[in-house]
Design a protein around this ligand. Sequence first.
Ligand SMILES: [Zn+2]
Length: 558
Amino acid sequence: MPYAVSDEKLEEIKDLNDIVDVLGEFIELKRAGTNYKALCPFHNEKTPSFVVSPDKQIYHCFGCGEGGDVFSFLMKYNNYTFMEAVEYLADKVGIKLEQVSEKNSEKKELLYKINREAAIYFYGNLKKSKESINYLRRRGIDSKSIKKFGIGYALDSWNGLLDHLKSKNYKDKDIADTGLVIERNKSEGYYDRFRNRIIFPIINTKKQVIGFGGRVLDDSLPKYLNSPDSEIFSKGKYLYNLNNSIKNKETNYIILTEGYMDVIKLSINGYNNTVASLGTALTKHQIRLLKKYYDVFYIAYDSDESGKKAAIKALNLFKNQNLEAKVIVFPNNMDPDDYISKYGKSKFRERLNENLDYFEFLHSYYSSKYDINTNKGKVKYIEEFFGNINNVSNSIERELIIEKISEKTQISKENLLKEFSKKYLNKKKFKSDFKKKKKEVKGINIENYFTTLAEKVSKNEELYEYTVNKYSETFKKIFGNNFFEDYNFKLTKDYSFENSLSTDEIDFMVNKILIKYQEKQLSELRHKLNNNPNNEEILTEISKIYKEIKILRQGGIN
Ligand SMILES: [Zn+2]
């Protein structure tokens, strides 16, 4: 067996692969209330009795009794082994599988235990600290919420937590691996990361404490401090309070905020379905995670300049995944906590109902920034808009937005469309061509990988040279001699995009492409084998490719 995958990894792979998306690639699903229906792929039928539940993330056929989750579907439908199903789904959402030993999962268990002990300790401290209790009271946080969120306090001490955990027989090194303590220079022991701070434990959907956030009680800086990423904590992959939100799921919408206090104050006012990103910008991972549980997404960020910019980024990230998010706007640079504390929940409800959609929010932002009654302002406004709607993959929707821009600027829609396509559309068309190709080979999307690679390296001379020198021959073999032209594989010197790719990552991507390529060969051979079950040549070829795939999966290239 090439990999041993930990339970957490499996959980993560399952979390990020929505059952509707996965099954939808293979069978045609039709919405039926909160579920989806389809003709069962496992028995012959004329009326659909195959039901997929996005809430429970399972499928079940009332005709033949087949049922299960994403893994079992792939095993049954594609004849995958369990590990093949895991690999396929991990690959789809960009999770890298690594060899995980028994020892590794024991270590994680230990880190969870240390975090749990720390959370209990912080919680106990809070009860003894009048100053912190008063601080929370002043901010409108009652004892019920302190309990619900497990809010605690880190003493104003360099070793309060460290000594406590050591008295429970935990080792320095293990405590340091949670990020709760930091090693001193010249290895002279350790000290507490969180000192004199209100502590918010971050708990995952399995009720494990994965990290902490800490806030100062005064105006000192940094205002917030989070646990660093560790073996059990990754900021971009989880959201604060998702555990409570899905436990008492009352609505199909979720409110996204920027801070712990926003979440807690909204929850006190009856909005349990609120989460916060953990001190980083929203990520694709987080959106995929939310999409599993919710249909409607409200972005309730701070209304200052940086909050607005973050909201635009988030809107585009949702759009990228074909989802529509809406923005709740607050006056006078307020954040959700400020607003609901000052005006109460019914006023907050009004703000929520008056949410702005994608176009409305971008318009309100850019028209306040540029005077669209002047020519110069119009040009800037349009440019900014174009940069954003490049994220809208649906061309009809894009045209509708351009129509609205035309109304606002009094520039004809035709001219706007011409300008937009001149700047962006070639790239888009080239993307959609690949989508078509991708469909031809169901579930095997080599071209997609290759497009991504081509796009990334084409913006950086060094990476481009590296890739062409090292892999031209490989690409010719897979994509034909004309791959430069066919795939627009040329240096564009478009430096307006950030490019943080390393050569290691290029090697990794090429490795993926080669694996996909070999898998495609394999599936073609399997087809052939169906018609000639005993053909020795095909069998030999298959076993050869199996070996090659195995080498590739271990990181080899050719
Ligand atoms: Zn069936």
